[in-house]
Design a protein around this ligand. Sequence first.
Ligand SMILES: *Cc1c(COP(=O)(O)O)cnc(C)c1O
Length: 369
Amino acid sequence: MNIPFLDLKNQYQAIKHEINPAIQEILDNASFVLGKSVSNFEAQFAAAHTVKHCICVSSGTDGNHLALWALGVGVGDEVIVPADTFVATAWGATLCGAKPIFVDCDPESYNIDPKKVEAAITPRTKAIVAVHLYGQAADMDGLQKIAKAHNLHLVEDCAQSHLAEYKGKKTGGLGIAASFSFYPGKNLGAYGEGGAVTTNDDRLATTFRMMRDHGTLQKYDHEIFGHNYRMEGIQGAVLGVKLKYLHEWTEQRRRVARRYGELLRGVGDIVLPKEMPYAKHVYHLYVIQTSKRAELQKYLADKGIGTGLHYPIPLHLQKCFASMGHREGDFPVSERLSKQCLSLPMFAELTDQQIEYVTDCIRDFFRLK
Ligand SMILES: *Cc1c(COP(=O)(O)O)cnc(C)c1O
């Protein structure tokens, strides 16, 4: 049996009858950049996340940058980010001319550890970026307490956490601002690049709207600095169709995760993902840990099963951040995870039969060990 790590083709076939006319309408109206499809989606996405404003942008990375830029982060400032995340979290700071400061993650939740944040704060610290890694909300109360005490902006990177919850509240409205990604492989994916920033703050929302479109609200009247971070009309149309299914797809992901958990409990030395009591996990990724990662990954590949590594090198050990002088051993939890993590196939359309094939193969692997 062949089971890809991610299958986007199946999903398209199921919704093709709605997607194709939605794209056709954009072509007929020549509404290629922003426009009604994007503004309609912005309103619906904000409502789905119980946040006041959603401003669509050209990617999640651009959202990471825009959020910090609009908050006034600049040269000489420091921004605290987890060591264990996709590199784009750190680009938010670097694109502002600021310095990302890495903090280790919690061994159970894999999210930035509030207990370790305090020690990383200096007089130059301006913001903390919380990533809801793999689709599970970070410990926002713990982070909020520190942010308040030190007068720091708390920003969420929600690239992996569409519809995820923290203590019954959706991510995306838990800090001063948040960024989302609609990269095709994310829980809600466009058919190209896309992202958004969200906020409950009216003034910040206006700044976001201006900055994504050259610092204007009215054409050629450039009130502030900005850039071209506009979303394409086709992406707004695709996302508008797909958003209606997101709740259902999220529940399907949770079903897949539940089934993996039932079938893999106690197998080999596997550590299963843990849903924290405060979180509703949306399983962008289903990540297990094992000391036999490389062997298991190869064994599964030979059986036709695709897997992924999220992430094989923590940010503090990336070449691009070498000038910060970090060494192996600085962030032991992130380092251990980088060596032991393995992401299993995860998408809403996975069938029980496919899940059982994956877990049977994993059981066989550990039986042969
Ligand atoms: C995917 C991702 C991003 C970047 O999103 P793009 O839309 O690909 O630019 C940022 N942060 C995290 C945690 C991500 O997973």
